[in-house]
Ligand binder design. Structure first.
Ligand SMILES: [Ca+2]
Length: 539
């Protein structure tokens, strides 16, 4: 197996460092893949090649890549193998042993998993090096995606139990599952804390970010090996690798970029959160009328350099006008700044708005949709005004299916069950799982506005089933399906399907149909109390 061969080779390094046999360095990086839908989705890009050079310059004992190695996401086996060949070719440039982990662009279905296993072996594994233990996990196991579960979790428990004498334990995986909460924090983190794991390295977010240490376990994101990054340097959006030094029972690392070396705390979760909260937008006291207005914001310069704050309003399909305002900020200065704007007859939908801190040509940090914050006080009253007037018979209380239709099968107003009132809609004689009650909303939904939608569902002849609320919309760019809400429905209680929908319409709108679907064809179900509310801030 690849990993074993590589690591057997590097154990020979011990002789060369006889003076301090247990001090060593290793490199971690992630997310080198060619850019998403870029011109060349096969060849590895210059940013990855640069990172390989910088890794070689560290003379580290080995390099770990936490995944998203190729473009992937195709059924074309020949193309997948071409992408892997191009990756292997680039990786031959590493002068030290090199270990690859599985990312979501590398294994996304059974076919891609089989290709991975044929070429690189198991999806999770571990190894020892100079008294330390290293564990590579997969967040991409088919059928268990975004979890470390079942067989892999059992393996991890046994592997950690066997690593008892290791000086330090390091864990690698592709997705920062700790940041999305849930299963990792309940089942995996306590194990790592129990065994005194030093650091967990992940990628997936194309940036660098140090998280707060939790129960002694350090968590780090390093996803800057070549895939496209965001624009904001202070948020960790830059190409980089991590150089980790281990000496006895301590470890430390620094962040290596094309421009030099940065300390591990150059970008932390807390610093980015504080920056994000440093922008203050003064809420409007009333809805603006047609004409010019100023939005007052307070911006803070977090650097020791003179920078600019640039606010842009991009009208798009709204009734606002494009606008750009700018102010110079002295080092560490915090100041009020009036952002100029101009609105036509209708305030909603709001335009796109963006406020950036800019140093020369570099974007340091930014706030998208900052304008929404100005409307927080004045929106609740307008949000209360719903659009139900345009959606008659939402709860079948007409005693008919007026306003409703079906793709196929039979829909009737039924007194057998009701979430409210006397009636609900009973859906029977379905032939496919996607068939269910349909509402035509072509005259209700307006481009760019946000809507909150909900409906109640109860099963008739099955204990439980997956249900979802879907919007089908057809326009100049084709037919699109958006899942607005999904849940499990039961036959002994009503459950609510809910979610928000913000249409983006291209060209001529041909259809806008909301429907409830999901259970197997022979499952009959009731639907009641459809509710659609205008939600100007998309909240
Ligand atoms: Ca009803």
């Amino acid at each position: 197996m690849l990993v074993c061969l590589l690591l057997c080779g590097c154990e020979a390094g011990i002789d060369r460092q006889a003076a301090d046999a247990r001090a060593f360095r290793f490199v971690v990086m992630g997310d080198n893949r060619p850019w998403w839908k870029g011109e060349d989705i096969i060849t590895q890009n210059e940013h990855f090649l640069g990172n390989i050079e910088r890794a070689n310059a560290t003379n580290a004992d080995f390099v770990v890549n936490v995944g998203d190695l190729i473009h992937g996401y195709t059924d074309d086996e020949e193309l997948i193998n071409k992408q892997w060949d191009a990756y292997d070719k680039a990786c031959k440039l590493f002068k030290m042993p090199y270990i690859s982990l599985v990312g979501n662009h590398d294994v996304w279905d059974e076919q891609s998993r089989d290709i991975w296993q044929k070429r690189y072996g198991p999806e999770y594994f571990s190894w020892d090096h100079k008294g330390c233990h290293f564990i590579a996990l997969s967040s991409e196991i088919v059928g268990e995606i975004n979890t470390i579960a079942s067989e892999q979790l059992e393996w991890l428990k046994q592997d950690l139990a066997k690593a008892g004498n290791a000086e330090r334990i390091f864990v690698f995986l592709h997705k920062p599952l700790w940041a999305d909460g849930s299963q990792w924090n309940d089942e995996v983190h306590p194990l790592l804390a129990k065994y005194g794991v030093d650091t967990v390295f992940a990628g997936h977010w194309h940036q660098y970010m140090l998280f707060p240490t939790k129960d002694g376990v350090r968590y780090v994101i390093t996803g800057g090996a070549g895939a496209e990054t965001g624009p904001h340097e202070l948020a960790g959006d830059f190409f980089h690798l991590l150089e980790v030094g281990v000496k006895g029972s301590t470890s430390s690392f620094s962040v290596v970029t094309a421009e030099g070396r940065l300390p591990a705390d150059c970008v932390t979760w807390d610093k980015v959160k504080a920056l994000d909260e440093s922008l203050i937008v003064r809420p409007l006291e009333r809805l603006p009328e047609e004409g010019e207005l100023e939005i007052e914001v307070i911006v803070t310069n977090p650097t020791n350099r003179r920078i600019r704050a640039v606010a842009t309003i991009e009208a798009g399909k709204s009734n606002w006008y494009d606008n750009r305002s700018e102010v110079i900020l002295e080092p560490r200065e915090s100041r009020a700044f009036a952002v100029k704007a101009e609105v036509g007859q209708n305030v909603f939908p709001l335009p796109k708005s963006n406020l950036e801190l800019v140093d020369g040509e570099k974007n340091l940090f930014g706030w998208e949709d900052f304008l929404k914050q100005a409307f927080i006080k004045v929106v609740p009253e307008v949000a209360a005004e719903d659009v139900l007037g345009d959606v008659p018979n939402p709860g079948f209380e007409d005693g008919s299916t007026y306003g409703w239709s079906t793709w196929a099968g039979s829909l009737s107003a039924s007194k057998a069950a009701a979430h409210s009132g006397d009636y609900s809609g009973l859906m029977t004689e379905r032939i496919e799982s996607w068939q269910g009650p349909v509402r035509d909303l072509i005259d209700v939904i307006k481009d760019g506005n946000a809507y909150k939608m909900s409906a109640w569902v109860k099963l008739d002849n099955a204990d439980s089933a997956y249900v979802k609320m879907t919007m089908q919309h057809a326009d100049g760019s084709g037919t699109h399906y958006s899942v607005i809400g999904e849940t499990t429905a039961y036959n002994d209680k009503w459950v609510q399907l809910s979610g928000t929908f913000t249409p983006s319409i291209t060209g001529y709108l041909e259809a806008m149909s909301l429907y409830i679907e999901g259970p197997a064809a022979d499952v009959n179900f009731y639907v009641d109390d459809l509710e659609i509310k205008w939600s100007p801030l998309g909240q």
